[in-house]
Ligand binder design. Structure first.
Ligand code: ATP
Length: 229
């Protein structure tokens, strides 16, 4: 069974159709890169998978259920594009707060801070964190309750090359343990080694989908999303 299945999905904001007849799937342990320019429809697609938006037509299934199913929500981790935290809470307090919301075990807080390399800053207020540290805390938050599916919206924006590679390495470990990952990005360079397949969206339509070697054989890719040789 696929973790995510979108079949002929369309969605409009008012009268503006922003997702047009989109079909996509994600298998267990797969990392799907969802690429496209600003406004291509990447975040909207994520929101449908999260059950925050319902498609006007077509079907969205997560773990074989509708996305609003309670069991689905429990096993889904999400890192939004601009993750926001309470600035006065420490990293540890922040994760403890989210652990309660998600019904996750408290012992996961320390484990996850360790996993994302924030143990040394656990008691510091989040307002003193760098962008990279906030992003890693966001990832820890998304990993609470051991998600089977992880949705990451532009996870490396604002990160330096070292922090970017560290984040991708971490995703690689998760994937090897069977977690399915959808990763939205404007840019492909750097992420290539870590994705199983890529989907290119433009104007809410799927332009191409496949492994990178399959995509390299296709020509109609939007500019700026360059495939390395
Ligand atoms: P970005 O990389 O800039 O986040 P994106 O690929 O994630 O872009 P979406 O955020 O899904 O694209 O937006 C798709 C289209 O829908 C854009 O034209 C956007 O302006 C429009 N849009 C997004 N959210 C809304 C909303 N709540 N109401 C009306 N239009 C919206």
């Amino acid at each position: 069974m696929n973790l995510v299945e979108l079949q002929n999905v369309s969605l409009a904001y008012g009268r503006m159709e922003v997702i047009k007849n989109l079909s996509l799937h994600l298998a267990e342990g797969e990392v799907l890169g969802l690429f496209g320019h600003n406004g291509a429809g990447k975040t909207t697609t994520m929101k449908m998978i999260l059950g925050l938006l319902a498609p006007g037509s077509g079907h969205v299934q997560v773990f074989g259920n509708t996305p609003d199913h309670t069991e689905v929500r429990k096993r889904l981790g999400y890192l939004p594009e601009n993750v926001m935290f309470y600035p006065q809470l420490s990293g540890q307090e922040t994760l403890t707060y989210f652990a309660r919301l998600k019904g996750a075990d408290n012992h996961q807080v320390g484990e996850l801070l360790e996993k994302v390399g924030l143990t040394h800053a656990a008691t510091r207020k989040v307002k003193t964190y760098s962008k990279g540290m906030r992003q890693r805390l966001g990832l820890a938050q998304a990993l609470l309750a051991n998600p089977r599916l992880l949705l990451l919206d532009e996870p490396t924006v604002g990160l330096d090359p070292v922090a970017t590679q560290e984040l991708y390495q971490l995703l690689n470990e998760l994937r090897q343990n069977g977690t399915g990952i959808i990763l939205c990005s404007h840019v492909l360079p750097g992420v290539e080694p870590y994705i199983s397949r890529a989907a290119i969206l433009a104007g809410g339509q799927l332009q191409a989908v496949g492994t990178l070697s399959e995509l390299r054989r296709q020509v109609a890719l939007p500019t700026r999303i360059r495939l390395g040789s």
